[in-house]
Design a protein around this ligand. Sequence first.
Ligand SMILES: Nc1ncnc2c1ncn2[C@@H]1O[C@H](COP(=O)(O)OP(=O)(O)OP(=O)(O)O)[C@@H](O)[C@H]1O
Length: 262
Amino acid sequence: MSDQQPLLETRDLSVRYGGVTANQDVSLTVEPGEIVGLIGPNGAGKTTFVDAVTGFARSTGEVRVGGKRVDGLPPHRRRRSGVARTWQAGELFDELTVAQNLAVAVQRPGLRGLIRDVLTGSVPPAATIGSALETVGLVDVADRRPPELSLGQQKMVGVARALVGGTSLLLLDEPAAGLDTHESQHFGVELRRIAAAGPGVLLIDHDMSLVLDVCHRLYVLDFGKVIATGTPEEIRNAPQVVAAYLGSPLVDTAAAVDGGRS
Ligand SMILES: Nc1ncnc2c1ncn2[C@@H]1O[C@H](COP(=O)(O)OP(=O)(O)OP(=O)(O)O)[C@@H](O)[C@H]1O
């Protein structure tokens, strides 16, 4: 991967679901070590964008990871190029330990990989899992089960699960959902630390306080289109953003977003 290339670059990415244009000509970049926010009212097309980048939604336009075109590749091949995501409802397996939750996340898709895993009884190297746990600061709870952890720690296990196995670009879809203000702030600090170690992060969250605090840059989607991009300060004051949120100033509360269209 060339240092000059953004980790993620989309050009004119569009997704249509029947008569609905869920993404229209979305052009966005994420650089190494950068946390980029993707915000917008309910139904604006944020999850669709992540689906399109990871190969779970059919799209037109270009998707480049580290300068290489990946649009047209199936999800597992995009994963191999270093792209990983969390899901909106990213539940953990309560009966497995934290380390085991990470182990089951490491897939080796494809028939050859499956046969190799069956024949060798292969499990991901402990070092791979250890390194992901270290990155998110959860080494001490590797042998605990999710119900024994705080909600904030459980959310971080979800992030670690996406990090395991060589991830350079993390796409986080509402990773802080359900956290209270204090937990969310702590989550934001951890996220900054993780990104500082190298990976680029695309963050979708309805917690405006988290997003405005933690992101270096933001893109605002409305009806599938980018209507504004800039630093948190620029976005907070952009008139078109305020208008998209039904006239509410973009304040640091989830309420402003919940007031958006459904
Ligand atoms: N699989 C699908 N089939 C048909 N329409 C879909 C599908 N997924 C999303 N849509 C539509 O595409 C649009 C964008 O939805 P999307 O879930 O991407 O928005 P979002 O910004 O992530 O919303 P939220 O903040 O509520 O999660 C919506 O109109 C939605 O109804």
